[in-house]
Design a protein around this ligand. Structure first.
Ligand code: BDR
Ligand code: CA
Length: 325
């Protein structure tokens, strides 16, 4: 089986970290590099976090590059309230000394595209991606596809009544990518990611697994779980970003349709993704918008990929209706 070559552009971030782990544990993927953008935390902190996660799964061989640390036109707003002061749920893991992150994420992305067929999984604000396109859209058009977590169609926002965080932090970048990309785009927005709740039952299962990786997940999600309780009385936490990785691996996990999507870049609705379902704007569809997913199937894939040694336990927990929320 030929592996899909991917670059993960992200802002780790708790759910970004889970997405990185899922990608690196997936035998179908070859992760060429992790590029960092400012979002949940400043890019430099995000890069440190990527290294911490890579170290915890023994994959410091994967290079980390920091890219744009400010949105295209606006001032950066980060989300330490959601992800903790350190961006990893206040776990305060020590800085990785063995290897350091590099700079030049945008150059890295463009050079990688010149060499081979690359798919991009984008899990933060689209600043690095928009900048790569602005620098050389000819080269960028060779990208196989971009699957990005961002935006919302019929679901409400998580930063304002209508805006999703990644689009809200850099609406200009999201707008630029949507209107200028010559490559297939898939929007993994809040309509589908809100379904992906790491429930208290799943967290208990991870506690029972009691190994290094399960402990890491329990640790970094604790703060996120508290945030969800305070914010919306959700038990557990919504883990948005890993769904984008899982969808790239298995398109049957989500359903959707292609529409023209644009982004509001000023005013009260700033950061809102406008999906032209009624074709009022008479524009060609530019993005596949995912609207349905099967959370249970996602979690089968997620847990089985991360913990193949617990396949039977996972089957018992995930197939038992009494344990489903
Ligand atoms: C997105 O915003 C961030 O908090 C998460 O990492 C995810 O990428 C969800 O709106
Ligand atoms: Ca993210």
């Amino acid at each position: 089986m030929e592996k899909k070559k991917v670059i993960i552009d992200c802002d780790p971030g708790i759910d970004d970290s889970l997405a990185i782990i899922l990608a690196l544990k997936s035998p179908e993927l070859e992760v060429r590099g992790i590029t960092i953008v400012s979002g949940n935390v400043h890019g430099n902190k995000g890069a440190e976090n990527a290294l911490k996660i890579l170290k915890s799964i023994n994959r410091l061989d994967v290079p980390v590059y920091v890219g744009k640390t400010e949105p295209l036109k606006r001032q950066l707003v980060t989300a330490e309230d959601t992800h903790g002061e350190d961006g990893l749920g206040e776990t305060q893991y020590p800085t990785v000394e063995e290897t350091r992150y590099r700079t030049g994420a945008v150059e890295f992305i463009l050079n990688a595209i010149k060499k081979e067929e690359i798919s991009i999984i984008a899990l933060g604000p689209l600043t690095n991606i928009a900048t790569a396109m602005q620098e050389d859209n000819e080269v960028f058009s060779k990208v196989k596809e971009i699957v990005f977590m961002g935006g919302a169609f019929k679901s409400f926002g998580n930063c304002s009544p209508v805006a999703e965080f990644n689009f809200w932090v850099d609406p200009d970048a999201a707008k630029y990518v949507l209107n200028n990309a010559k490559v297939p785009l898939t929007m993994v927005g809040l309509d589908v990611t809100r379904e992906i709740v790491l429930t208290p039952n799943y967290i208990e299962m991870l506690k029972q697994f009691n190994n290094q990786l399960s402990k890491l997940i329990v640790d970094i999600t604790r703060f996120y779980v508290n945030f969800h309780w305070k914010q919306e009385k959700t038990l557990g936490c919504v883990i948005n970003d890993p769904l984008a990785v899982a969808y790239l691996l298995d398109n049957s996990l989500c359903e959707g349709k292609s529409y023209y999507v644009d982004v509001v870049i000023e005013g009260q609705a700033i950061g809102m993704s406008m999906v032209d379902e009624g074709n009022f704007l008479r524009k060609k569809p530019n993005c596949k918008v995912l609207t349905e997913t099967d959370a249970n199937r996602f979690f089968y894939k997620f847990f089985n990929t991360l913990f193949p040694e617990f396949k039977e336990d996972i089957e018992i927990v995930l197939s038992d209706k009494r344990y489903s929320y």
